[in-house]
Design a protein around this ligand. Structure first.
Ligand code: TYD
Length: 203
């Protein structure tokens, strides 16, 4: 028995977090056992690594290795056991974020990222990735109303343009896994798109 692995992606300010709980509620109401988690993080060790990645200055390779170290621990301790039990795992960001932020944003070598991906997760990939996409300017406006910015949220518009383009490249590489959500629209319209994606898979 293998559960479903659903990931949520997008640039900071896309508004994905508010919808993850709603997806969990909907799937639970349909009888699924649902685990909600996030990256970097999801275990005590990975949450400590998250603190470092979000707040300590470091070079891009160090950042990349810490993100993958956190992911390794998270996969072993939480994601893989849950999927083995047949649970549905909802993960707020996963490896696409590494390709987007460390690859697109910071310029890490995509070939190296692909190697690390293979080492850390083998062939495991999400069954579905909801990519909350919107223009970088709009995301910046939404972020301006939110709390204090971490190391990523302090980056400029061009950084987020590169992150967005890298998400698009990931989607182009495996289009069957991705659902692009138009996150520029109002919250209800965003939720409708998510509902359609779940219905299309009979989830
Ligand atoms: P985010 O998921 O937006 O959480 P919050 O809603 O609490 O701000 O923040 C996590 C940050 O980590 C986000 O800016 C993207 C970054 N990140 C990476 O750079 N690489 C990764 O592999 C992952 C998973 C996240």
């Amino acid at each position: 028995m293998t559960g479903r692995f659903i990931t949520f992606e997008g640039i900071d300010g896309a508004g994905k977090s508010t919808h993850i709980d709603a997806v969990a509620q909907r799937l639970r109401a349909a009888g699924a056992r649902v685990v909600c988690t996030r990256e970097p993080g999801g275990t005590p060790l990975a949450e400590r690594l998250r603190e470092l990645v979000l707040h300590e200055a470091m070079d891009t390779l160090t950042e990349t290795l810490l993100v993958f170290a956190a992911r390794r621990n998270h996969l072993q301790q939480v994601i893989e056991p849950a999927l083995a039990l047949g649970d549905t795992v909802l993960c707020d960001r996963f490896t696409d974020a590494t390709f987007a932020y460390q690859g697109g944003g910071r310029g890490a070598d995509v070939g190296v990222l692909g190697e690390l991906e293979r080492w850390v997760q083998g062939t495991l990939q999400p069954d579905m990735t909801l990519w909350f996409d919107l223009p970088s300017e709009m995301a910046a406006q939404r972020r301006a109303q939110a709390r204090a910015a971490d190391r990523f949220e302090q980056e400029d518009l061009r950084f987020f343009e590169r992150v967005r383009a890298a998400y698009q490249a990931r989607m182009n590489a495996t289009p069957q896994r991705f659902v692009r959500i138009d996150a520029a629209r109002a919250r209800d319209a965003v939720w409708q798109q998510i509902g359609s994606a779940l219905e299309a898979r009979r989830w």
